[in-house]
Ligand binder design. Structure first.
Ligand code: FAD
Length: 445
């Protein structure tokens, strides 16, 4: 009987998995995950991956083979042990994933084994959607239109798989228990549809209400596929309005858009996508950077977000924008410095959404908010956390301040009574400084 390998990467699920379906259609399947030392960074994100693998091992009835090492060598080795002639994968589209897969493909070819890509972590595989001139989109709204028109395949369902056992697996490194895996992702989705979808369009911007899906981490690991979500939204009856559903679909499309942009320009992971601000003067100040990272800038909305990131490995989207703007425009630091910190701590850390989210804020990315748009961290807080609840949740030193007062402790005589720090910079002055630097750059070019 034919045996194929299914090499799992960002697709840690069994349902709606076209590559698994392709492998299962050929006979027995050996499920494999490679712990790649190049991606192993100790910390919450690594632990989250291990928890997801533990769930996947259970879902494959213990058949999942886990090996550590250079993927090219490990995949070739396991294919040889299994006598497999085909290794199935979901096509990878990130810069590192593409380089790695090219190396694996070459190594497998030496043994006459084929690497077969089916599907990808996206509804529409990056690189497919182009405008009438055959060029990629660089603005979201026309991309969204074309993406919808392109359409997508129906969900694949869960195939009947005959797992092949008896291949040696290394033990999964120990890790703390975390919510992870396909079943947990489906539960999270159910909960969101029941409690968060109705009203999403207006509530999604309010970190105090916490009404977004928080499905980003499950999407990052492929514990659930966005196509599954879209198909479900098509048929499910909920109290949500058309506007709520449209808005949610558009947010998923941002994820697709950024993956597409990165696919066309892999270098934009760590450098400006658009060159207009090249040459801008940036600062390096370890003390200010440390205050930003630890959530002790003296700006409550910024500090709440940075502390949420450290505590939960997640931050609300509105607050991600505000803290990013603060680093780039109030502290005048280069966006990759912040993007690196985010990737080190976000459980949903994703190279495309992260780098291009940062570039959107900075003014170097697609659709970029112009550089001169500088978020005011106090006004943003008052607008999107009007009662101060989000700030008090994450900044205990401000819990004694009622309502919106938590956003401006400097206006209250006992604002720093519990040790909350003073502001490390003056926002109005730094905004002025940021704009002056841009004018200087323009004058010099
Ligand atoms: P929901 O509001 O429930 O949205 C549903 C899904 O849509 C999300 O899970 C996500 O997959 C997608 N989505 C929503 N907003 C965006 C967006 N602006 N860009 C791309 N996709 C989006 N998202 C990541 O998944 N990984 C990252 O590393 C990441 N870094 C970011 C960095 C910055 C500076 C900014 C401004 C945004 C970043 N985002 C990132 C996008 C967004 O903040 C998160 O996807 C969102 O907060 C996740 O929460 P949720 O699942 O509850 O979102």
């Amino acid at each position: 009987m034919t045996t194929s390998l299914l090499w799992f990467r960002r697709d840690l699920r069994l349902g709606d998995h076209p590559a698994l379906q392709a492998a299962a259609g050929e006979g027995q399947v050996v499920p494999l995950f490679v712990l790649d030392p190049r991606l192993a960074r100790p910390g919450p994100r690594w632990e989250r991956l291990l928890a997801s693998l533990a769930a996947l091992r259970e879902e494959t009835d213990g058949a999942l083979v886990i090996r550590e090492g250079d993927p090219a060598e490990v995949v070739a080795q396991v294919a040889a042990e299994a006598g497999a002639e085909r290794v199935h994968v979901s096509t990878e589209t990130t810069p590192y994933g593409r380089r790695r897969d090219a190396a694996v493909e070459q190594r497998l070819a030496a043994d006459d084994v084929a690497l077969v890509g089916t599907g990808s972590p996206y509804v529409v595989t990056p690189g497919r959607i182009r405008n009438s001139a055959g060029a990629p989109y660089s603005v979201f709204t026309p991309f969204l239109r074309a993406w919808r028109e392109h359409g997508w395949r129906a969900p694949a369902g869960e195939p009947r798989v005959e797992w092949r056992r008896k291949l040696d697996s290394e033990p999964l490194p120990s890790h703390p228990d975390r919510e992870a895996g396909e079943r947990a992702a489906l539960h999270r989705w159910e909960d969101f549809c029941a409690e968060g979808l109705a009203g999403y369009a207006s509530a999604r911007d309010r970190p105090d209400l916490d009404r977004t899906s928080r499905i980003s981490t499950a999407l990052k690991y492929g514990e659930i596929h966005p196509r599954t979500l879209l198909a479900d939204l098509d048929t499910r009856s909920t109290d949500a309005t058309g506007a709520d559903v449209e808005r949610f679909v558009a947010e998923l499309a941002w994820r697709e858009f950024y993956a597409d942009v990165l696919w066309h320009d892999p270098g934009s992971a760590w450098r400006d996508l658009r060159g207009g601000l090249r040459g801008l003067q940036y600062d390096e100040d370890p003390a200010l950077l440390a205050a930003w990272k630890s959530g002790t800038t003296g700006y409550p909305f910024v500090d709440a977000g940075m502390r949420q990131l450290l505590a939960e490995g997640w931050m609300h989207n509105r607050v991600r924008m505000v803290v990013a703007s603060f680093l780039v425009k109030d502290l005048h630091m280069w966006w990759p410095v912040g993007a690196r910190h985010f990737l080190d701590h976000l459980l949903d850390g994703d190279i495309a959404s992260n780098s291009h989210g940062w570039q959107w804020v900075t003014g170097t990315g697609t659709d970029a908010a112009p550089y001169f748009r500088v978020f005011n961290p106090v006004v943003q807080g008052l607008r999107f956390d009007p009662e101060g609840d989000y700030v008090r949740r994450w900044v205990p030193e401000l819990r004694h301040l009622p309502g919106a007062a938590a956003h401006e402790p400097w206006l209250h005589p006992d604002g720093s009574a519990n040790g909350y720090p003073g502001r490390i910079v003056d926002h109005a002055e730094e905004r002025h400084e940021a704009l002056a630097r841009m004018t200087e750059l323009k004058d010099s070019t």
